[in-house]
Design a binder for this molecule. Structure first.
Ligand SMILES: Cc1cc2nc3c(=O)[nH]c(=O)nc-3n(C[C@H](O)[C@H](O)[C@H](O)COP(=O)(O)O)c2cc1C
Length: 169
């Protein structure tokens, strides 16, 4: 299992829920904190229009190695979306689309399960964050069952209140 934590806080609200999930899941767990990693945004250099893969070499290799059967995306909601490093990450998956569209090369990634954890200080429905997460899952071939594999906690400004814990562990 790979847990991608998009919070700048190692012991924040997102980490609180991630740790609860970790207690329940067995097997090898690798957790990365995106704020500690070097994942550049896509620069639209268009390398992937003509060649396989991405021209940027950085910590995206952790994502690309594709040796995990569960992908947990965890992020606080920032401006209705996931945090900036998580958004960098999604832009770095665009080469998968470009390779297929321009080069007719399909990238075969292993089928995996996607689990999403979102945490927000306010009460707004994190629609944009959800859309970003769905894109990441789609590119990385993760099945995301929104009914069962989506946890969110809102109103953390008042207190950490887990409104819904649906993940079937
Ligand atoms: C720059 C910024 C933008 C934020 N935008 C939102 C938002 O759009 N909606 C929301 O509910 N909370 C928003 N928050 C609040 C965080 O989601 C909240 O404090 C969260 O519990 C932090 O989680 P963490 O402890 O894991 O970092 C924002 C916080 C920051 C710093």
């Amino acid at each position: 299992m790979l847990i991608v934590n998009g919070s700048p806080h190692k012991n924040g609200d997102t980490a609180y829920i991630v740790n609860k999930v970790k207690e329940k899941l067995n097997g090898d767990i690798e957790e990365i904190f995106l704020y500690d990693k070097n994942i550049k945004p896509c620069m639209d250099c268009r390398y992937c229009w003509k060649q396989e893969g991405c021209n940027l070499k950085d910590d995206m290799e952790i994502i690309y190695k594709d040796d995990y059967d569960i992908l947990v995306l965890a992020s606080p909601v920032y401006m209705y979306n996931m945090t900036p490093p998580m958004f960098n990450l999604v832009t770095r998956l665009n080469w998968i689309w470009s390779n297929q569209f321009f080069l007719k090369k399909r990238v075969n990634l292993r089928k995996k399960r996607g689990i999403l954890i979102l945490v927000g200080g306010g009460s707004g429905e994190p629609k944009h964050a959800l859309d970003t997460a769905k894109l990441i899952f789609k590119f990385l071939n993760a099945d995301f069952d929104i009914k069962n594999d989506y946890l969110y906690s809102l109103h953390t400004n008042e207190r950490l209140k887990i409104q819904e814990i649906n993940v079937i562990l």
